[in-house]
Write a protein that binds this ligand. Structure first.
Ligand code: 1HN
Length: 371
């Protein structure tokens, strides 16, 4: 309660008034947290070397039928729900063993995969199998039937990115299981790659009316070759290095309607300038090593690690060896509604003052059943 409010009427009268408002399920706006509420997402880094042994263990002890998807989520310690990497996004690691099928389902949330290790597994989307190799960026557009299968001879691991928390806030999170393990395959393997994977060539006879990209797999070999060719001739962005967006080849817009996805090549030894923008971003290190300074703290990363830069957090990168970062962000949702804002750091030569090193937070003790 503000002093001025007390000054115009007695405290007892005001308290009585607030109680009356509460009884009708109202709140006085000036008494609520309202717009002053702080964002809960904290910058965080998940080391692949910590997760990998537990993924292998999960593959040993958790049958695929039990889990539907054998996934370990990377949970942001700032967020009270125990499964999201940022306010709007999930970042998960999924493992599938040879011969397994992760059964078909569909949901209104969109998903993406960034392949980390293994070969021979596919994602089937609406009847088309797309075989996945390390570094490939694979889309599972919203409300498409999808199952995964591993036809190779080793386990396969990939990063899953989903917009589930966003879709949940919008109360639009619908889910349906398919009646069988596999959705029938009706298209040749990798058809979308043949039709739309050649960049600026559009097949004239194919009609694609959906809002999402018709391309299911953006092959790493092609992305890396493009980045290297650009890096030979162009400086790139002062903030993100030589950075490309994976686009919908028909519209030029984001690969998925809710998630903008990028690949960025950072040159060895180069330090980018700090900036901040709305749009929380998940980064995954496809290759290389280095560090990022996020909100004044230093985060050291290596190949296959994943980290989150919350919305409006200052960040800059310093690659030790040439590095390729994959990233996805909810900025695709912000852009069309005028909510995307970006700012470069002016002071200190465009670099943050370093306040310390990132230390992973201890996991809070769960109370025992007796306590
Ligand atoms: C999902 O459908 C997959 O299809 C992975 O691989 C992770 C997390 C939450 C909700 C749906 C998949 C998921 C998911």
């Amino acid at each position: 309660m503000t002093m001025s409010a007390r000054a115009v009427s007695g405290a007892a009268e005001l308290d009585h008034f607030y109680e009356a408002v509460k009884r009708i399920h109202g709140r006085a706006l000036w008494q609520t947290e309202g717009t002053a509420k702080k964002s809960p997402t904290v910058p965080y880094l998940w080391k692949y070397r910590d997760f990998r042994p537990l993924l292998i263990k999960a593959a040993e002890i958790v049958p695929i039928e039990l889990a539907e998807r054998r996934v370990l989520v990377m949970a942001n310690p700032g967020i009270t729900s125990d499964w999201q990497a940022s306010n709007t996004l999930l970042a998960n690691l999924q493992i599938i063993k040879p011969g397994e099928v992760a059964r078909s389902h569909r949901h209104t949330a969109s998903a993406l995969r960034l392949v980390i290790e293994g070969r021979g597994a596919y994602t089937a989307v609406d009847g088309e199998k797309s075989y996945m190799e390390p570094g490939d960026f694979v889309t599972t557009p919203n409300w498409t039937w999808h199952d995964h299968g591993n036809e190779g001879d080793g386990a396969m691991i990939w990063l899953d990115g989903l917009d589930v928390p966003l879709v949940q806030v919008l109360e639009a999170n619908l889910y349906e299981a398919y009646s069988a393990n596999k959705f029938p395959v009706t298209n040749p393997d990798d058809l979308s790659l043949r039709l739309y994977g050649a960049g600026s060539l559009r097949p004239t006879w194919v009609k694609h009316h959906a809002i999402h990209s018709p391309l299911l797999n953006y092959k790493f070999a092609q992305t890396y070759a493009a980045l290297k060719a650009m890096a030979e001739q162009a400086e790139g962005s002062p903030y993100d290095g030589v950075s490309v967006e994976y686009t919908n080849p028909l519209s030029g817009g984001p690969a998925l309607p809710t998630m903008a996805c990028f690949a960025s090549l950072l040159r060895a030894g180069r330090h980018t300038q700090a900036h901040r923008h709305t749009g929380g971003t998940i980064y995954h290190v496809i290759q290389g090593s280095g560090r990022s300074i996020i909100g004044g703290k230093v985060f050291h990363w290596n190949e296959k690690d994943t980290f989150v830069v919350p919305s409006w957090a200052w960040h800059e990168h310093h690659a030790t060896t040439e590095s390729v970062l994959f990233s996805y962000s909810d900025s695709a949702v912000l852009q069309p509604f005028g909510l995307y804002r970006e700012e470069a750091l002016q002071e200190n030569g465009g670099h943050q003052k370093i306040e310390g090193e990132f230390i992973s937070l201890p996991v809070p003790e769960r109370r025992s059943a007796a306590g």
